[in-house]
Ligand binder design. Sequence first.
Ligand code: TTP
Ligand code: MG
Length: 362
Amino acid sequence: MENEKIYLHYDMDAFFASIEQRDNPSLRGKAIAVGSGVVTTASYEARKFGVKSAMAMANAKRLCPHLKVIYPRKNFYFLEGEKIQNLIKKVIKIYEFTSVDEGYLDITQFILAENQTRARKISKIKRFIKKFKEYIYKNMNLTCSVGIGFSKVSAKIASDANKPNGFFIFEDKNHFVNYIFEKDFSIIPGIGKKTKEILNFDFGATKVSQLYEISRNELIRKFGASRGEYIYDVIRGEHFSKINVDKKRKSYGYEITFNQNVNEIYELQEELRAQVEKICQKLKEKKEFVKTITVKIKYSDFTGHTRSKTLENTTNDEKLIYKVALENFSHFVKKDEVRLIGIYVSNIFKRSFIQLKLIDET
Ligand code: TTP
Ligand code: MG
């Protein structure tokens, strides 16, 4: 196939809970849940008792009386997730991290070669998975599950097929369709609660197999073009989306809440200047460039406003970003009794030539 791609999706196993078990040997092999009022995640030992994410802790305790409850260390888990991402970035250049513990990698170049037999391809994939899992384990002492597919979505479904610490490979579309056919359609990512209800209610569908009976037009009529087409294509193994390496997190920034009203414009401008400085430092560290700059303001009566400007070109220039911030700020009619001021940047890019260079290196 001309445009054949091989995607890997990784998903860390019981991420928060595994970190706790790793760092506290007395928790290993035990049923634990991380959370306070609600379970954020449970160890696989606890899942055997039916303990699940988003369950009230009291219910979890009822299902599993010996459950050990661990108060979350959210910042630490986030940093651990970032460590994993940095490890991956060192060895694979086409990546997209979709949450703290999962992401997509394009591994086509490591696998495909001309005139290669199917058996050879599969054995290369298996070797790659083994190396990948060992690499993460050796460095993090954590296990993950891995899925391989011909599209991002097929790789994601594959990574769920043999959890925990497993892997699964979709060799092609047929293999994929056969696998999902008899499954509940909740196996398809992106079919949310509302869509699910409509599919249940209007079409009497609960299984993927039943979705093949609905025409493309009907799906579009019910769900709109984008979601309708997605559902139609995805169950046929025909939904393809690219890994977007350039586009990073949607936005970030800084804001400050004052203890009392601030009425002086220069004081607010000074605060913005300090925030811009911090943002630009971060942009330079991360080698990122932005197009959109937003200023946010809140008044003593809790009303709030934002003002954004999108530039023609990407920038990380402190003077320019500060100038745009001031311009945004000048558009607020009221500039006193301010309780919060902040600045956010979005439309974040990595310069594409940097990325291309990296790809050439591998
Ligand atoms: P998941 O990957 O969904 O779950 P998991 O890693 O705990 O387990 P699995 O082996 O099934 O992948 O989520 C990653 C982390 O995100 C999880 O450890 C806890 C956190 N999380 C929440 O904080 N709230 C939630 O509702 C969910 C689902 C997860
Ligand atoms: Mg996970």
